[in-house]
Design a protein around this ligand. Sequence first.
Ligand code: GBH
Length: 463
Amino acid sequence: LDARPDTTTHRFPAAFRWGTATAAYQIEGAAAEDGRTPSIWDTFSRTPGKVRNGDTGDIAADHYHRVSEDIALMRRLGVTDYRFSVAWPRVQPTGRGPAVQKGLDFYRRLVDELLEAGIRPVATLYHWDLPQELEDAGGWPQRETAQRFGEYAGIMAGALGDRVATWTTLNEPWCAAFLGYGNGVHAPGRTSALASLRAAHHFNLAHGLATRALRDTLSAGSEISLTLNLHAVRPHTDTPADLDAARRIDAVGNRVFLDPVFNGSLPDDLVRDTAAVTDWSFVLDGDLETASAPIDSLGINYYSPTVVAAGSSPAGPSPWAGAEEHVSFLPAPGPRTAMDWPVDADGLHELLLRLRDDLPGVPLVITENGAAYDDYADPSGEVKDPERVAYLHAHLAAVHRAIEDGADVRGYFLWSLLDNFEWAYGYSKRFGIVHVDFATQRRTFKDSARWYAEVIARGGLAE
Ligand code: GBH
């Protein structure tokens, strides 16, 4: 028996899920193996000037060939859940028609090995890697893409069904729609306010069609979810002009998805704000009803808050359709991560309380939280990342406080298990709690990994 005093300062509920998260294009590599065809991220990363250092996901963390090794890492961490994504172009290379057996086999093996390890599989169907052929046919601004996504969801439900504990339809449709089609910083790199709004709507529709396809196949035991990167928006002051700026960002950053999915409606103010761009006639009868099919939980990815004031955004393509002329973004005070994102755990607490109030009865899961920092390799071979530990500690304490305040938060997924391909930043930014030496693919626990294993083992935080 352990006679040491219990030093736990923040104990989480016994059923709380402790996980780590990754995404297919960021870790798998094997870009041309077993029938996989290019996604929009393959095309984008091969386009000069789009990704730092010309990095691509061709090899990434070579996870495709290292599933067992990576699951062994998770066993050492003691996670209860693992959130990964399925690469659509591995399963359905043209985005249409029958599935490729080898693609399905890869995910079947991943899921089976997770279950054997006692880890609950949490699968995301779309983490930004649209089959290029569907982009060539118009991509997310085209309604057909939503229909194709619903069919793909049906294929995955048929193949893996109830062995996946939670099915998440989409990861961060805001990024995919507004960074992908609005300011062009993400694939496919298009820069049109209209395209970004059409894409946002078709993501809502796709989510609803996928939810329907999943429900048709799954038993009552499996959960269906959606992950949003909700913006924790703060007005600089409470003048009417700054409050209006915050309202606009909330509309085109948050409610553009929350209202269709949880209320079956479009935000009136968003429709007004964007009147110069579109009359929204691409929203057809029944779409919002489809989008609002009941789901079992909401996933939230949180990294930092957004401070806004009245003003205008810098010239050039913007991800904020209808708000560019009215809003300026201010640097939040305080320390920053290697991404230059402010560290502010209160933003997470605020966001969770807002959802407690706005979405009563909807279980919440933190599906991503974490930070990029430069690692310090110690002569002993250990990887030191004290800032990451401090970041994670502060954010888990904020989650704990939100639970005490009545937010129904069921779990926390740390982004990320491994250092990986950080989108437009390539391999220049490291979010992993496990260090990856990309030259040798050697994995090494950082201090943060050891710290997280301890948190999971004690079921909470100690000072
Ligand atoms: C997530 O994106 C992704 O899901 C994950 O794949 C990625 O590796 C991880 O986070 C780290 O980046 O655009 O002006 O609102 C998070 C992307 C970053 C988007 C912060 C919003 C705020 C600046 N988010 N960003 S703004």
